[in-house]
Write a new protein. Structure first.
Length: 261
């Protein structure tokens, strides 16, 4: 039995395992595994935030509370104050919610048997649209409807150039939602696919080594396992970085929408 042939046969099945599938209800009105885990991650986020807020003390004495508070301060200073500047405080609840939800969703997906909500484009699109609506809302609130439309093009341009630059800037603004969604989805899906392939290769080679009593087949899994551990550690870092990138870009877009050009 050739383990490489078995691996080639099983990789398409592994890929299809990431496709959305109805776990509750019907195809016309049901819940996929990604929506199910999105609700679970949402509840975990609420539980963590509420649990930490009830244990806040003047002198920190709880590691769990300290960790959550550190995360909040990281969002407040690095993403809020650093990216938005003046008036950043009113945007911190939104940015902190984005960061903690995406971070928890990414980490939950690393637990065997769980699915990350950010591993499907529908969830990342929803998050991107929420961010898009949010920064445009505050842009309109800061400049007024017509003022915000005019502010899309930088001030000081020659008259004939204004419509051209405005068009490209408007398209660029629309693409922000697309890039937010695709970047998060692409990184999470690709990372989990790589982990799945090497986990599958490890199990197939070990199975063939046992079935055929072939010592040679037992050697590749050693390298696969080492690479799998390294990739898993990398995915932990990627899970944090993607939550950071999504949130910091949202903060930058808020700054661009509310500032005067």
């Amino acid at each position: 039995m050739n383990p490489l042939d078995l691996l080639a046969e099983n990789v398409p099945h592994l890929q299809h395992s990431f496709d959305p599938a109805i776990v509750f209800g019907t195809s016309s009105f049901g819940m996929t595994q990604y929506i199910f885990w999105m609700i679970i991650c949402f509840l975990i986020t609420i539980a963590i935030v509420l649990g930490a807020s009830k244990r806040l003390t003047l002198v920190p004495n709880n590691k769990f509370v300290n960790m959550v508070e550190y995360g909040y301060e990281f969002v407040r200073k690095d993403m809020g104050e650093g990216a938005i500047g003046h008036g950043y405080k009113k945007h911190i609840p939104f940015l902190a919610t984005l960061f903690f939800f995406i971070l928890i969703s990414n980490f939950v997906g690393l637990i065997p048997g769980c699915k990350t909500p950010t591993g499907t484009i529908s969830v990342t699109w929803a998050l991107a649209i929420i961010s898009f609506v949010y920064f445009n809302y505050w842009g309109v609130k800061a400049h007024g409807g017509w003022g915000y439309i005019k502010s899309i093009a930088p001030s000081g341009l020659p008259g004939p150039m204004v419509p051209v630059i405005w068009f490209f800037e408007f398209v660029s603004m629309l693409l922000r939602a697309l890039t937010l969604a695709v970047r998060l989805y692409g990184n999470m899906f690709a990372g989990h696919m790589v982990l799945g392939v090497f986990a599958l290769a490890t199990s197939i080679f070990i199975g063939c080594a046992i079935q055929d009593a072939n010592f040679i087949f037992a050697l590749p899994p050693i390298g696969f396992m080492a690479f799998l551990i390294a990739m898993y550690a990398l995915e932990v870092l990627v899970a944090f970085l993607q939550a950071y990138v999504f949130t910091i870009l949202s903060a930058v877009y808020i700054s661009l929408a509310t500032s005067s050009h």
